[in-house]
Design a protein around this ligand. Structure first.
Ligand SMILES: NC(=O)c1ccc[n+]([C@@H]2O[C@H](COP(=O)([O-])OP(=O)(O)OC[C@H]3O[C@@H](n4cnc5c(N)ncnc54)[C@H](OP(=O)(O)O)[C@@H]3O)[C@@H](O)[C@H]2O)c1
Length: 210
């Protein structure tokens, strides 16, 4: 049965995931503060893609993906009120201004702070560890882009792993949400190499197996 996936934020990450998810056959509903700005994106994607307020998109969804700047994340998830057990996929990174590092870490993570703010949501971390260009094209000659997924609810994690796999990643189960304490610094490794060390955005991490 077709699922409805709410995507909160329709910028680089939200817009790219929206295209991939709609192409995979699921219904996409963007939730943004100013829906009119993204009406054209929804039309371009087609396949019945909708755009509305954050509350409208979440209310219609089985799974919601959070793709807003971390500075807006806690307020955005609180604005929903009760999540009624919905799955909330956190794609954000709590990056300090000027890419100076992370503002949360080691004893907590952005994902755990979001879980505390999103009442009765089942929070799963995914899509934070690579650039949006790799979300558009997750296949490399050497294989699919590595995409670690973690969250405390096993059923929610399994559903997100399936979605991540369906849109072309090598989805890997990383266990509990506290593993986001490792996944957010891991995202900084990609960002550091891409933007500071001159590798550019056309590379990705893959998992080698024997
Ligand atoms: N860029 C990447 O390659 C990448 C990769 C992995 C993870 N991430 C993480 O993903 C998140 C989004 O990054 P991005 O590059 O997609 O950012 P972006 O292009 O700036 O897009 C942000 C989106 O969030 C919306 N937004 C802002 N405040 C909001 C609010 N209060 N409620 C709902 N929507 C709101 C914006 O709407 P308006 O246009 O109306 O402001 C916009 O659609 C960040 O946390 C980032 O760290 C980014």
């Amino acid at each position: 049965m077709q699922m409805t996936i709410a995507i909160i934020g329709a910028g680089n990450v939200g817009g790219t995931l929206g295209r991939r998810i709609a192409a995979s056959g699921e219904a996409v509903y963007f939730g943004v503060p100013g829906p009119a700005k993204y009406a054209r994106l929804a039309t371009e994607i087609g396949a019945g893609t909708k755009v509305g307020s954050v509350a409208e998109a979440v209310a219609a969804a089985d799974i919601a993906i959070l793709a807003v700047p971390y500075g807006a994340a806690l307020e955005t998830v609180r604005s929903v009120g009760d999540w009624h057990g919905r799955i909330l996929v956190d794609a954000t990174n709590p990056i300090a201004p000027g890419l100076a590092g992370l503002t949360v870490g080691t004893t907590s993570s952005g994902a755990e702070e979001i879980a505390r703010a999103a009442r009765n949501a089942r929070v799963v971390k995914a899509f934070n560890t690579t650039g949006y260009d790799n979300m558009a094209r997750p296949q490399y000659p050497g294989g699919a882009v590595f995409m670690p997924v973690c969250g405390d609810d096993p059923q929610a994690r399994t559903r997100v792993l399936a979605l991540v796999t369906r849109i072309g990643f090598d989805a890997v189960d990383c266990g509990p949400l506290s593993a986001a304490r490792y996944l957010e610094p891991f995202a900084m490794t990609w960002i550091h190499l891409a933007l500071r060390q001159g590798l550019g955005r056309d590379f990705a991490f893959g998992l080698l197996r024997r």
